[in-house]
Design a protein around this ligand. Sequence first.
Ligand SMILES: Cc1cc2nc3c(=O)[nH]c(=O)nc-3n(C[C@H](O)[C@H](O)[C@H](O)COP(=O)(O)OP(=O)(O)OC[C@H]3O[C@@H](n4cnc5c(N)ncnc54)[C@H](O)[C@@H]3O)c2cc1C
Length: 494
Amino acid sequence: MDLNFDLHPEDEHDRRLVRNVHPPDWRNPTPDGRYNLVVIGAGTAGLVAAAGAAGMGAKVALVERHLMGGDCLNVGCVPSKAIIRSAHAAHAVSDAGRFGIRVPDRVEVDFEAVMDRVRRVRADISPHDSARRFTDHYGVDVYFGDARFTGRDRIEVAGQELVFARAVIATGARAAVPPIPGLAGSGYLTNHTIFNLSVQPRRLAVIGGGPIGCELAQTFARLGSEVTLVEMIDQLLPREDLDAAEVLRASLEGDGIRVLLSTRFEGVDVSGSAKHLFVSAPDGHRQIEVDEIFIGMGRRPNIEGLALEAAAVAFDRDGVTVDDCLRTSNPLIYASGDVCLPAKFTHVADAASRAVLQNALFPGPRKRFSKLTLAWSTYTDPEIAQVGLSAAEARDRGLEAETITVAMADVDRALAEGDTDGFLKIHVHPKKGTIYGATMVCRRAGDLISEITTAMHAGLGLGDMAAVIHPYPTVAEDIRRRAAEPACRSMPSV
Ligand SMILES: Cc1cc2nc3c(=O)[nH]c(=O)nc-3n(C[C@H](O)[C@H](O)[C@H](O)COP(=O)(O)OP(=O)(O)OC[C@H]3O[C@@H](n4cnc5c(N)ncnc54)[C@H](O)[C@@H]3O)c2cc1C
């Protein structure tokens, strides 16, 4: 097996990473009887399922074909948030004039040092997800190799058969790469390869205006690349509130990004080191010359090679089919994480695996995925966070909903910090104060949304939020103050 994994084999951080998450000298154990639980895939979903089951005394096998930690640690959340931090630093310096601070020379980005830090952070975090930790601390049997079902209650991995009472498919997803003319041979980047760059692209095209595309477009622009962001529909972040997407578009354009909405990527032609993109925009066809292309056009589930038919597990192009208890068409087999859920986030994979543990290993009440209060965030500047239902979704469900909006331009702390772009929209029952959902667009929205998530989870209403004493001046305190205004104050908790 190739152990280079597209990483930098000579890099000390990458070597440390691989030693933890796929030790080159690893010897698979020999199965000794039936496992209570076999988990396929050691990303967040698989790690949570394996650690949880082993912690409860189950005999557990965990199978990984590549790097433990999955996308989140290796090619997703961790490296993306690490490089975003460098982009914030560059932006803070170049933006310092707004606060009366003069920086004599223009900002210089040492891209090699930025990427060295990204790899270091990833390696520093990797012991949490390491093969040794799962073996020595949790007592899990860790196997490296491709898992493939050979029957309703068994899989094969690296020439050995593992028999199970229950199994969890947690094989995740990968970047969707559509069959666009010229793309396959163009040397395009995806999340699997972009964090291995050691030379900064001078001109970068980002295809896809979802969370991954927007985060990386802004990051590379702030580090100094000339970025063009191409999105097929007429809105960035198609799943989010339109006003939130508009605030983000303005922010990205403020960073110098050329944002092309309603624009279809139709082909690419490579000549020398330049890549010519052919796009079709409302005003006609255009050609854009860049040095690198990043593809962020959605995710495809990793189901190929699993021989799901051999286990009678139903699937379609969106992934493994599960019911609300995350059980597949084979009652012995569950699924969790990106391979089966439309909400492809680490914390959702984590929460889903906790539900799977309850449902797969214990009798009694079933945990239903639809009952979970889910929040998510896009880590652009400003951040865009969402919890629960949008106003339209609340209306579609026939709920009586009123939207309370707080503009950041009216928030004392946001004014003091110079962060007045953004808002909070909170959707509530007009009389009872029941919170149905919220959208937050501001600095650290991903953290701040958790207060509303906690209130929703605990069944607290807007009136309860207003009764909590918050420090002044904070964004949270301004929200509390708004919740305490007469129209909201009459709302008792539900
Ligand atoms: C650039 C980027 C940034 C992101 N940022 C965030 C963020 O900030 N916050 C957030 O919540 N989410 C973020 N995500 C999403 C997050 O990474 C995923 O939702 C999460 O990793 C899903 O976990 P998972 O366990 O379902 O799948 P994965 O992490 O993909 O793990 C699946 C594992 O299964 C293994 N596997 C696949 N097939 C087999 C097989 N046949 N046999 C054995 N092993 C197999 C794979 O090698 C992989 O290790 C980001 C994603 C990307 C790409």
